[in-house]
Design a protein around this ligand. Structure first.
Ligand code: ADP
Ligand code: AMP
Length: 222
């Protein structure tokens, strides 16, 4: 099962991707988490990516595409994966399609050269700022909480790994506005891209997170 999660920043892609990954035992691959790990570890990639992320801009395709395409070629992706935050531009989507085609060629018949679903978690812009100003992130393990809708049982500490939770710099309201406009300009066109491939499914992301998950499971198991 190869799935792409689409939606505005803060729509709940990561929250749902983690739930899907746990239920179906496939890896959850978040390009944002990969960048944040690089930033935390002070790598060259992290330093370059941070310049864009802090301004609410997309990291250029040249720094993003090979990184994610390489990740989906790992052994743990043989039975599928959930991509969260990638693709975010049409060239990224085209590069992913080309990589899928290449990896399927030469394999036995029946190996799919396409994604199975693009799940669009639909949340209007009005709800996004509240979602993101209340988000608390663990930079240790990538877990995500919300101070009202999904608080950590340990307050400011991650339930999973015990690290302190933070408000991401790019979740501050002024950066969120920029990220939303970048989303509308560069990422929303992917909705048409995957609609034309016949794999786009939209869920109402304003529902409680368990109800969003139930709607996604219904789609995946239809
Ligand atoms: P994305 O990965 O799309 O940027 P997240 O999954 O990190 O978004 O969710 C953004 C914030 O909203 C997080 O704080 C998360 O806990 C919260 N959240 C996610 N889904 C819901 C929901 N259905 N209802 C309310 N809050 C949600
Ligand atoms: P996310 O964790 O998905 O919200 O991503 C955080 C930030 O990382 C984004 O605002 C972008 O600056 C950058 N980023 C993550 N994924 C991508 C991508 N596929 N293409 C470009 N930039 C990305």
């Amino acid at each position: 099962m190869k799935i792409v999660m689409l939606g505005a920043p803060g729509a709940g892609k990561g929250t749902q991707a983690k739930m899907i990954a746990a239920k179906y035992q496939v890896p959850h691959i978040s390009s944002g988490d990969i960048f944040r790990t690089n930033i935390k570890n002070g790598t060259e990639l992290g330093k370059k990516a941070k310049e864009y992320i802090d301004q609410g801009l997309l990291v250029p395709d040249e720094l993003t595409v090979d990184l994610v395409i390489d990740r989906v070629s790992w052994d743990d992706c043989k039975n599928g994966y959930i991509l969260d935050g990638f693709p975010r531009t049409i060239p990224q989507a085209e590069a992913l399609d080309a990589a899928l085609k290449k990896s399927a060629s030469g394999l036995e018949n029946g190996t799919k050269a396409t994604l199975d679903f693009a799940i669009n978690v639909d949340v209007p812009d009005e709800n996004i700022v509240t979602r993101m100003s209340g988000r608390r992130a663990c930079l240790g393990c990538g877990a995500t909480y919300h101070i009202i809708y999904n608080p950590s049982k340990k307050g400011d500490i991650c339930e999973v790994c015990g690290e302190s939770l933070v408000l991401r710099d790019d979740d501050k309201p002024e950066t969120v506005q920029k990220r939303l406009s970048v989303y509308h300009d560069q990422t929303q066109p992917l909705i048409d891209y995957y609609t034309s491939q016949g794999i786009l499914k939209t869920v109402d992301g304003t529902q409680d997170m368990n109800d969003v998950f139930a709607a996604i499971v219904k789609i995946l198991e239809a």
